[in-house]
Design a protein around this ligand. Structure first.
Ligand SMILES: Cc1cc2nc3c(=O)[nH]c(=O)nc-3n(C[C@H](O)[C@H](O)[C@H](O)COP(=O)(O)OP(=O)(O)OC[C@H]3O[C@@H](n4cnc5c(N)ncnc54)[C@H](O)[C@@H]3O)c2cc1C
Ligand SMILES: *[C@@H]1O[C@H](CO)[C@@H](O)[C@H](O)[C@H]1NC(C)=O
Ligand SMILES: *[C@@H]1O[C@H](CO)[C@@H](O)[C@H](O)[C@H]1NC(C)=O
Ligand SMILES: *[C@@H]1O[C@H](CO)[C@@H](O)[C@H](O)[C@H]1NC(C)=O
Length: 533
């Protein structure tokens, strides 16, 4: 059958064709597809497209992909596979988006073909790894091709076990459970169902980041498909500019098909959550500040502090971790003496801890995430908490709402790893730290409440930023992985880093495919949505 022979030819051609690395000014998409074994003239829909320059690009792109790869890998609308796919997104805002089709490539060569078909037909696309970006269109695209990476899901240890080759189709739970039997782990997410792709490309804060840095700073190399469909390995010695750009540049410079991550020795650890009432807030804030400031004294310890409102009660939830199976680490003693109304801390595996956090982040709700950064300061932490509870009073009656202000410290040890191996584009250094990373996060169920909930989040951001500026504590860095669609992430990396990212994008993607044909998420300029509530 023709479709089959096209596919097998494509694999051979992809291996055989020696292409230039950068896109020439006379780049010919039809020829590039031919080099990958896809003869446009032999696919009726595409042949017609070349003649007609049709406006129905996505219809043609999807039916061509279906002809080449079959209906197992290309899901069309109104099929149960399509519906169960869109329902697999974490937020309802993303699950409500209807792509023209969903393509599930098995390898980098197939990603490359899809990208070239999208260019040929001018059909917009989105890329999905774990699907946990909250806002609409971040990893799903209305009327376009959603490229779902779930079939690219290898977890392969190198022979010396120093690195693990990890496909972006994995969740962190998949990765951790595979490595646990070897007493190994990698620097990745803290909630089971989060994807490897989005988390790593935006930064990636792990339980072990005080010991090793962020996920993006523990990537040994990336296998990446560029805008011209070329498959490259980016590392400190191979395309180092691309390697730099991928360590926090998000989806702007390529589609990553393999992350080679440095492994770390990791057996059982200690961790869990402790819940405190309002009377304990001053003690909790003091403990948060001291642990953040003193992180270098014992980098095995980590913390996530959330202020939240549920059942008409104000809570503080201190999620504490220790990288070793030790229940009474002295550095956590200040936290552990604070009276708690519940406590799930215990010695356990890494994967087990990610499952506990996963349970409090179910699919199927409306979601919003926001990010702000400040210099670490105790009084400002208290101010943030006060403003948060003040603003959520107006939205507390929204159906099924759980509002939270989650605070972490970007510690001096974490910052010290950002300059390793050529550095990253985030614009942070030890000179700027330690920092408070505020993540506002809210889930609710009724679309009619969207406007006032987004407004409350915007108010909290504006009020805390204004106060921090007054006190000289504001830091203009917006963490991509927690940012809302109204925030300009890449510009917050600083003018020099933004310009450098643009220069690199222009080398590997001179026609701005990843800016224009892949419009979702944080682009090199501005915010995804300029209408800040
Ligand atoms: C419950 C929850 C827990 C979280 N915990 C943490 C945490 O512990 N630490 C932390 O740092 N962050 C955390 N986050 C934030 C998280 O890192 C981001 O939401 C991230 O975008 C999720 O990645 P994903 O692959 O699941 O998302 P997706 O929505 O699939 O992807 C996000 C973006 O990345 C792009 N992308 C994904 N894969 C690729 C690829 N291979 N190549 C090119 N582009 C790609 C997508 O196109 C999309 O634009 C958490 C978020 C949630 C909702
Ligand atoms: C692009 O390549 C195809 C296939 O080789 C060729 O038929 C076509 O003429 C080329 N187009 C241009 C503009 O060069
Ligand atoms: C492409 O397909 C057309 C139509 O089937 C055929 O005439 C042509 O020779 C093919 N080109 C190549 C390079 O295989
Ligand atoms: C994580 O939560 C999601 C959504 O509730 C669920 O579908 C998934 O099975 C959970 N994963 C693990 C490993 O617990």
């Amino acid at each position: 059958m023709r479709a089959y022979s096209i596919v097998s030819a494509s694999i051979l051609a992809a291996c055989a064709s020696a292409q230039s690395t950068f896109e020439p000014t006379d780049f010919n998409v039809t020829q590039a597809l031919l080099n990958k074994g896809i003869n446009v003239s032999s696919i009726p829909q595409l042949e017609g497209l070349v003649e007609r320059s049709s406006s129905t690009g996505c219809s043609i792109a999807c039916s061509s992909l279906q002809l080449v790869f079959g209906s197992n890998k290309v899901l069309g609308q109104q099929t149960s596979a399509y519906n169960s796919f869109t329902n697999s997104y974490w937020s309802v805002q993303q699950a409500s988006v209807d792509p023209y089709c969903i393509f599930k490539p098995s390898n980098a060569a197939e990603v490359s073909i899809a990208l070239l078909v999208a260019r040929l037909t001018q059909c917009p696309f989105a890329v999905k790894s774990g699907g946990h970006a909250a806002f609409s269109g971040a990893s799903n695209i209305a009327g376009g091709i959603t490229i779902a990476l779930e079939k690219i899901n290898e977890v392969t240890l190198s022979s010396d076990k120093k690195t693990a080759a990890i496909g972006p189709g994995n969740t962190w739970y998949d990765v951790y459970t595979r490595l646990e039997s070897q007493n190994l782990a990698v620097i990745g997410g803290r909630v089971a169902a989060i994807g490897v792709g989005g988390l790593t490309l935006g930064g990636g804060i792990s339980f072990f980041s005080n010991n090793y840095g962020w996920a993006c700073d523990n990537v040994v190399s990336f296998e990446v498909v560029t805008a011209s469909g070329i498959i490259l390995t980016a590392s400190p010695t191979s395309f180092p500019d691309l390697y730099w750009a991928l360590r926090g540049g998000g989806n702007n410079v390529g589609i990553v098909t393999k992350f080679n991550l440095a492994t770390i020795p990791q057996g059982q650890m200690w961790g869990g959550g402790r819940l405190h009432l309002e009377t304990e807030f001053p003690a909790v804030i003091q403990a948060f500040y001291n642990l953040g400031k003193n992180s270098a004294q014992d980098t095995n310890a980590a913390q996530i502090l959330s202020f939240a409102y549920a059942q008409s009660t104000k809570f503080a939830s201190a999620d504490l971790q220790y990288a070793k199976p030790v229940a009474n680490a002295p550095i956590l003693a200040e936290y552990m003496v604070i009276p708690a109304i519940s406590d799930t801390t215990r010695v356990r595996t890494l994967s087990d801890l990610t499952v506990q956090f996963n349970a409090s982040n179910p699919n199927g709700l409306r979601e919003t995430y926001w990010a702000v950064t400040f210099k670490l300061d105790k009084d400002l932490t208290n101010f943030i908490q006060t403003v948060f509870f003040d603003e959520i009073a107006a939205i507390a009656n929204a159906a099924n709402i759980i509002p939270a202000a989650t605070l972490q410290v970007i510690t001096t040890p974490q910052l010290s790893y950002m300059s390793k191996k050529g550095g990253n584009p985030l614009g942070l250094s030890t000179a700027s730290g330690p920092l408070i990373l505020l993540n506002l996060n809210m889930m609710w169920s009724n679309i009619a409440d969207d406007t006032r909930i987004l407004k409350a989040n915007s108010n909290i951001v504006k009020r805390t930023v204004a106060e921090a500026k007054r006190r000289g504590l504001y830091v203009d860095y917006i963490y991509m992985n927690y940012a809302s669609q109204f925030q300009a992430v890449i510009p917050s990396y600083g003018v020099a880093n933004q310009q450098k990212l643009k220069k690199i994008a222009n080398i590997y993607d001179p026609t701005a495919v990843f800016q224009e044909l892949q419009p979702g998420y944080f682009k090199l300029d501005g915010a995804p949505d300029s209408n800040m509530p």
